[in-house]
Design a protein around this ligand. Sequence first.
Ligand code: NAD
Length: 290
Amino acid sequence: MILLDGKKTSNDIKDEITIKVAELKAQGKKTPHLAAIIVGNNGASVTYVNAKVKACEKVGFESTLVQLSEDISEDDLLAKIEKLNNDDAIDGFIVQLPLPKHIDEHKVTLAVSPAKDVDGFHPENLGRMVLSLPTFLPATPYGIVQLLDRYNIETSGKDCVVIGRSHIVGSPMSILMARNTKVGNCTVTLTHSRTKNLIEYTKKADIIIVALGVPEFLTGEMVKDGVVVVDVGITRVEDASKKSGFRLLGDVKFDEVAPKCSYITPVPGGVGPMTIASLMMNTLQAVENK
Ligand code: NAD
């Protein structure tokens, strides 16, 4: 079993970006600038946004954090987004999800200019992805593709099962794995909460990408020997022995599944850091697109 080390791979990517940023600066060009909007102070969201800001500093980007109160109105949030759309200093920005219930996530996604949508959530960018046109790929699926690519995992002709059909992970992931690209050319089955006899699919799969947010959902008996497993799930569970008071669990019962795998991502240190690296790649791309 080989661990797909997202922490190391993301650091490799960040080192590559650091060199490119230094080159841009040496040529007197603009320093890439990523902004992040966060609404409220959900613990996990704050952690993710802070990690993104820290990654910007590491690669030499400029970053701006826009912190908004939990009770901001939808109109006021849309106005902030419009301001970032029109700010030439900002190359790309994200709106950290989830948003409070009174705000329509779709409206927010549509409000972000596709040229600055470095999370790759705008329908225009998703459409371009489906057509294999240049675009910002959604950050988490893009990170997974990078990880599989950099470990030279053969995907062509393989049976790939994706568990979870969210707009930000499962659905785009299923499309990327079926595309006619180096990482791709799989026969993909997209499964979800209404799938019957999931085990019949997972048992046959060569590659399983698990993104449902149910800790330790995928168990040893559900997979065959030699499978490649990518665990997207991150759930905080209380743990008094930890300084933070919680630990992170993935969607895979690691102790049971890992011994059967050819490759597997750990949680933490797998997909999470790759998502941030993708965001950095997309932001650099936004500058290069100008
Ligand atoms: P979501 O809650 O939007 O969607 C969950 C999906 O799982 C749904 O499509 C649902 O149909 C499916 N599902 C639920 N129960 C199921 C079952 N019993 N069998 C099969 N499918 C089932 O989830 P999301 O936003 O894609 O997030 C999934 C997990 O990934 C969460 O733990 C989230 O925190 C994590 N996540 C991690 C990263 C990262 O960078 N590592 C990024 C995004 C999300």
